[in-house]
Design a protein around this ligand. Structure first.
Ligand code: ACO
Length: 330
């Protein structure tokens, strides 16, 4: 069974409700029949039912089994507005502004997840990452003990002897532009959850990446990764984590043994934590394009309840896969 097939099997068992705020987006509508037929999730589409159904008819898509909710017509719309106003009044929110924002399906969808009306949310087929994340961060917020959300990619690299038989988790590739050392340590912890829950990894081994291995270079950028490694080890003693590593020392057993002798994970890492978002985002795209890897994500980690972002270039199949992953994390 492939990794995606395993994720779908887990999603079926969970039978979760996932809200899709982009209810009038073509690929989102086209994903619904597969979600329902394969019982991957119970989908809720947000939008004016006439517009959603009209587009579905035009596309020849049968929406039976999906719920359609028009945010402003929902019986709990006013409660959502009030709760959102209360949540943010100290930050300058007014009742009128709260009402306007809650009419936006991305805000409404996040509030559905916050209040338990949905177990998770998937959006981003027609909205930017920032626009999907902002309401989720404001309303759902981070999980207890976590200060920053990160976005992981599961990388499935063909014909690759490294990592977990060519499977890796890379983070952060999508969210926090310049994480602190503490936040990098949190990304390491959160990535283990992704590796175990979604990839079924038995022995997650984390490499904290830099352009230096164990003191081979000195620079303040390296200092951050050294500190992040120390914090990860102290705060999460259960983790198999080490660094600072150059990528080859993290991945290749021979290089790991020569550059970081005695390290418990050098040369065997299957989770790579990047020092900042530029490195992480560039890194996953290089592996995806140059090594022909499958890149599944971004999977949002450290958020209070599961919300996942899609690429605006996503396919219908991508939406189905991300909904299944979201259901598994719910
Ligand atoms: N983790 C947790 N909470 C956060 C984070 C974070 N990384 N960043 C912001 N927040 C919180 C803030 O504390 C704030 O909460 P509050 O209003 O309750 O105090 C709320 O989110 C909004 O924060 P802002 O600073 O107003 O929002 P901002 O406009 O900075 O947006 C965002 C935050 C969306 C995460 C931004 O940093 C961003 O756009 N990141 C990069 C996304 C991106 O472009 N990724 C690359 C493309 S994705 C890809 O290639 C797969």
């Amino acid at each position: 069974m492939t990794l995606l097939e395993q994720i779908k099997e887990k999603a079926k068992v969970k039978a979760k409700t996932i809200v899709l705020p982009e209810g009038t987006e073509e690929r989102t509508i086209q994903a619904v029949p597969t979600l329902v037929r394969e019982k991957l999730a119970h989908p809720i589409l947000l939008g004016d039912p006439a517009a959603v159904k009209g587009l579905a008819d035009k596309l020849g898509v049968d929406l039976s089994g999906a719920e359609i909710v028009n945010p402003t017509e929902a019986p709990y719309f006013d409660d959502f507005v009030q709760a959102f106003y209360e949540m943010r009044k100290d930050k300058g929110m007014t009742p009128d502004k709260a009402k306007d924002l809650m009419a936006d399906p991305l805000y409404f969808g996040s509030m559905m997840v916050k209040t338990g009306k949905a177990d998770g949310e998937v959006a981003g087929a027609e909205n930017t990452t920032g626009d999907v994340l902002r309401p989720a961060l404001q309303i759902i917020k981070t999980a207890p003990g976590i200060s920053a959300v990160s976005g992981a990619f599961i990388m499935i690299v063909p014909n690759c002897p490294y990592g977990d038989n060519g499977v890796f988790v890379f983070a952060d590739c999508a969210v926090t532009p310049n994480p602190t050392a503490e936040q990098m340590a949190e990304f390491a912890k959160a990535s283990v959850g992704t590796a175990v829950d979604l990839c079924g990894m038995k022995e997650p081994k984390i490499g904290m990446l830099s352009f230096s291995t164990k003191g081979s270079a000195s620079h303040e950028l390296v200092d951050k990764v050294v500190k992040a490694t120390e914090i990860a080890k102290a705060k999460f003693p259960e983790l198999a984590v080490d660094g600072e590593f150059q990528a080859d020392a993290a991945l290749v057993p021979k290089v790991g043994a020569s550059k970081a002798p005695g390290s418990p994970v050098a040369g065997q890492c299957n989770i790579l934590i990047f020092p900042d978002l530029q490195a992480g985002n560039i890194g996953y795209k290089l592996v995806q394009r140059l090594a022909g890897a499958e890149a599944i994500g971004p999977i949002l980690q450290g958020i209070g309840k599961p919300v996942n972002d899609l690429s605006r270039g996503c396919s219908v199949e991508d939406i189905v896969n991300v909904v299944a992953m979201t259901a598994v994390r719910a």
